[in-house]
Design a binder for this molecule. Structure first.
Ligand code: ATP
Length: 299
């Protein structure tokens, strides 16, 4: 488990991270969302043990990450700005990684060639940007990390390869309990693989949610009554948003489906429908409830 305990970081006088606390369960995928400059890269570097916070601490399985080489050997940090030795081919880079990472898996490296289909004898610098990102994933997954920290990893990848890589990530999480922290400025880009989403804004963690809970605990309700109902109809429900559209009332309600339905049925509605929300819609209402306009924070 990765635990971030009240992490704060300053660059000169500006507070880039302020008391950021989060937990990433073993074998789960945590998506860290935020706009440009929110502090994602800074937090990812601290989680990976590359940068040091002014205050607070990151522990992985109870051990402080910054000083612990053993913990770092089980982790791979895929930075948003890739780095390879300039004259190296994929094969030479793989040889270097094999000597560096104790759990390097040569068999897997060779197997993944079928998926990435890149010439192993070509210099990495001669590949396109998106292809270089593929090389980075290929090498990262061959180190068999227990913890994978991915900073904006899908930038520049086409939809087909993105899908293939996501499948590989989910497979590693399911089969060998790999733990992933992944950052993005785009909810749609990562929502299909994440178990948890945290939203970072101006260095603070605004909201943190378990995706399954979110989807099962928030509903769009369309309801109409024969006569104008008393306001007490809504008492006892956790309403995030409500508007009237003609005779139909549309409400976004937090809570279990059975509770919402049985509560409203007491008032004999002529229409009562519960509709699913997209994750994006859920965040719009949740963030609105927390006092933020999501359109200023996420795309
Ligand atoms: N080495 C540095 N020196 C001074 N300020 C820095 C440094 N690195 C980052 N910052 C500042 O910290 C803030 C957060 O930067 P960070 O790169 O963590 O954001 P981000 O969420 O990853 O943004 P993006 O989505 O644009 O990559 C920014 O205001 C940035 O200017």
């Amino acid at each position: 488990m990765i635990v971030s305990n009240s992490i704060s970081k300053k660059y000169e006088k500006s507070h880039v991270l302020q008391h950021v606390s989060l937990q990433v369960r073993k074998g789960s995928i945590y998506g860290l969302l935020g706009s440009n400059g929110a502090g994602k890269t800074t937090l990812m570097k601290i989680i990976a043990g590359i940068a040091r916070p002014e205050d607070g601490e990151i522990t992985i399985d109870g051990k402080g990450v910054f000083e612990d080489t053993e913990v770092k050997a089980k982790m791979f940090f895929l930075s948003d700005s890739l780095y390879f030795f300039s004259q190296y081919t994929i094969k030479q880079m793989a040889d270097f990684f094999r000597d560096t990472y104790p759990d390097w898996n040569q068999e897997r490296f060779l197997k993944l060639q079928h998926l990435f289909q890149l010439d192993m004898k070509k210099k990495i610098s001669q590949f396109s940007k998106g292809m270089q990102r593929q090389v980075a994933f290929w090498l990262a997954l061959s180190t068999m990390p227990e913890y994978l920290v991915l900073d904006e990893p899908f930038d520049g990848l086409d939809a087909v390869i993105r899908k293939k890589i996501k499948n590989l990530l989910v497979q590693d999480v399911a089969e060998r309990e790999m733990t992933i922290v992944i950052s993005s400025h785009n909810l749609r880009e990562i929502e299909d693989i994440c178990d948890y989403i945290g939203i970072l804004h101006q260095g603070k963690l605004l909201l943190e949610k378990d995706i399954d809970d979110l989807k099962s605990d928030i509903h769009k309700v369309q309801v109409a009554f024969r006569e104008k109902p008393d306001t007490e109809v809504w008492d006892g429900l956790d309403i995030l948003y409500k508007e009237r559209r003609g005779s139909v009332i549309l409400a976004i309600v937090r809570g279990k489906e059975e509770h919402i339905v049985s509560h409203l049925e007491q008032y004999h509605p002529v229409i009562l429908d519960l509709l699913p929300l997209t994750l994006e819609e859920i965040f719009v209402y949740e963030m609105g409830d927390a006092g933020y306009a999501i359109e200023n924070i996420l795309v």
